[in-house]
Design a protein around this ligand. Structure first.
Ligand SMILES: Cc1ncc(COP(=O)(O)O)c(C=O)c1O
Length: 393
C-alpha cells in the first residue's frame, strides 16, 4: 500500500496558507542573519501579566491539579465568566447551561462547526475573514457562502442577501471588532442581525476576540446584549489578546443552550479539559484587577498612532482603526496592480518588513495588507523609514 495525499480528501479543501509564502521568505532571511521587522501574525509580543503567571505557578505545585479536568471547564471558571458578562455588559447567563470553556476560540469555533453541521450545510462567512471562520466550515464538511464584508455600509444588506439565497444557510459567522478589517459596530447592528436570524432561522456565531482592544473611548458591544440574542446564537471570547495569553489556549463560548449543549457533548468525547492550573489562572485573570487590560490596550493604541502617522508621513493615508491590534491598510494606488501577495513579498525582500497580504483573508482583501501591532514604537519607525525608501524609488 502507498499512502499519499489522495488518502486525505480534506487536504483538497485546506491548501497551504497564503501566509506561508511570506513565512518562508521570513524564515530564510532570518536564517541568513537578516533582521525582519515582523507585523505578520496577531501574536502578542508582551508577556502575560505577572499575577496570572503567579497563579499558574502556585496551582501547578498542587498535585491534585495534575489530573484530567472537566471538559466543559471548571464550574468556578464558568462562574467567573458569567460574572465577567454581568460586570462588563449587564448580561445574565446560566453558568452551567449557557457557558462552555474552550481550548482557545479556534478550537471552540471549529468543534462547534463539527457539532452543528451535516455534510453540505451552508454557512455564511465574511470575505475577508479570520481564516478559521471559513476553514472550520470546510473541516466540518460544510460549504462556505462568502458575503462581501469590505464596506461597512453594505454589511447588513449583504448578510440579508446571503440569507435569501438557496440553499439556505444554516449559520452565520461574524466578528466585531473585526480581524482583519478592524471594522466595528454598534449595538443596533447586532439587533438587526438578531431580527434577521429570527426571520430566516439562521444560527449566529459571534467571535468577540477583540472585545477589550478598543480605543478613543469606543466600547465594543457584546452580541449577547441584544434582547433575544441567546435565542439565536452564541458568542466566543478569548483570553489570548485581552490578557496576552495567546499560548495558554483558553477561551469561552456563551449563549444559546442548545448550541452550547451540542458543543459540550462533542467536546466530552474529544478532550478532558484544559490543564487545571491554566483554568485556575484564567479565573484570576477575569476576577482580579483589570489594570493589565488597560495597559495592553494603551500599548496597542500608541503603536497604532505611531504607525498611522508614519504611513501618513510617506503619503500612505490609512484611517486609524477604533479597535483590534491591527492596521488594515489599502495599498497605495500606484502599487495596487501588484496584488497584496506580490506587494507583501516586495516589502519583506526590499524593506525587511513582514505584513500579512489581504488575499490570505479572502478574495476581497487583495487590495490591502494587514499590519499586526506586535512590534514596539521604535521598530515601527524603523520599518516606516525603509518603506518610505521603497516608495521614493
Ligand atoms: C477574530 C479572531 N478570533 C479568534 C482568534 C484566536 O483566538 P484564540 O487564541 O482564542 O484561538 C483570533 C486570533 O488572531 C482572531 O483574530
Amino acid at each position: 500500500m502507498s499512502i499519499n495525499s489522495d488518502n486525505f480528501s480534506i487536504l483538497r479543501d485546506l491548501p497551504p496558507y497564503v501566509f506561508s509564502v511570506i513565512d518562508e521568505i521570513k524564515y530564510k532571511a532570518r536564517k541568513s542573519g537578516e533582521d525582519i521587522i515582523d507585523f505578520g501574525m496577531g501574536n502578542p509580543d508582551q508577556p502575560t501579566p505577572r499575577h496570572i503567571v503567579q497563579k499558574l505557578i502556585e496551582s501547578s505545585l498542587e498535585g491534585r491539579n495534575h489530573r484530567y479536568s472537566a471538559s466543559a471547564g471548571l464550574p468556578k471558571l464558568k462562574l467567573a465568566i458569567t460574572d465577567w458578562y454581568r460586570k462588563n455588559y449587564n448580561v445574565e447567563l446560566d453558568s452551567e447551561n449557557e457557558t462552555i470553556v474552550t481550548i482557545g476560540s479556534k478550537e471552540g469555533v471549529s468543534h462547534l462547526m463539527i457539532s452543528m453541521l451535516s455534510p453540505g450545510d451552508v454557512v455564511l462567512v465574511p470575505d475577508p475573514c479570520y481564516p478559521i471562520h471559513s476553514f472550520s466550515v470546510l473541516i466540518a464538511r460544510g460549504r462556505i457562502k462568502p458575503f462581501n464584508a469590505i464596506n461597512d455600509d453594505t454589511l447588513i444588506d449583504n448578510i440579508e442577501k446571503g440569507f435569501k439565497t438557496s440553499p439556505k444557510p444554516k449559520a452565520l459567522i461574524i466578528s466585531f471588532p473585526s480581524n482583519p478589517t478592524t471594522q466595528t459596530v454598534e449595538l443596533e447592528f447586532f439587533a438587526k442581525i438578531v431580527d434577521l436570524a429570527n426571520k430566516y432561522s439562521v444560527i449566529v456565531i459571534h467571535d468577540f476576540a477583540y472585545a477589550d482592544l478598543c480605543f478613543d473611548g469606543y466600547k465594543a458591544p457584546s452580541f449577547l446584549q441584544v434582547p433575544g440574542a441567546k435565542d439565536v446564537g452564541v458568542e466566543s471570547f478569548s483570553l489570548s489578546k485581552s490578557y496576552n495569553m495567546a499560548g495558554w489556549r483558553v477561551a469561552f463560548m456563551c449563549g444559546n443552550k442548545e448550541v452550547i449543549s451540542a458543543l459540550r457533548r462533542v467536546k466530552s468525547y474529544l478532550d478532558y479539559g484544559i490543564f487545571q492550573p491554566i483554568q485556575i489562572a484564567a479565573i484570576s485573570a477575569l476576577n482580579e484587577t483589570q489594570e493589565c487590560v488597560e495597559q495592553i490596550r494603551n500599548t496597542y493604541s500608541k503603536r497604532r498612532d505611531r504607525l498611522i502617522s508614519s504611513l501618513s508621513n510617506m503619503g500612505w493615508e490609512v484611517p486609524p482603526p477604533r479597535a483590534t491590534m491591527f492596521v488594515w491598510a489599502k495599498m497605495p494606488e500606484h502599487l495596487r496592480h501588484l496584488g497584496s501577495l506580490e506587494f507583501s513579498k516586495k516589502l519583506i525582500k526590499e524593506c525587511k518588513v513582514a505584513v500579512s497580504p489581504g488575499i490570505g483573508f479572502g478574495r476581497n482583501g487583495d487590495q490591502y495588507v494587514r499590519f499586526a501591532l506586535i512590534e514596539n514604537e521604535h521598530r515601527i519607525l524603523q520599518a516606516s523609514r525603509s518603506i518610505k525608501k521603497l516608495f521614493s524609488k
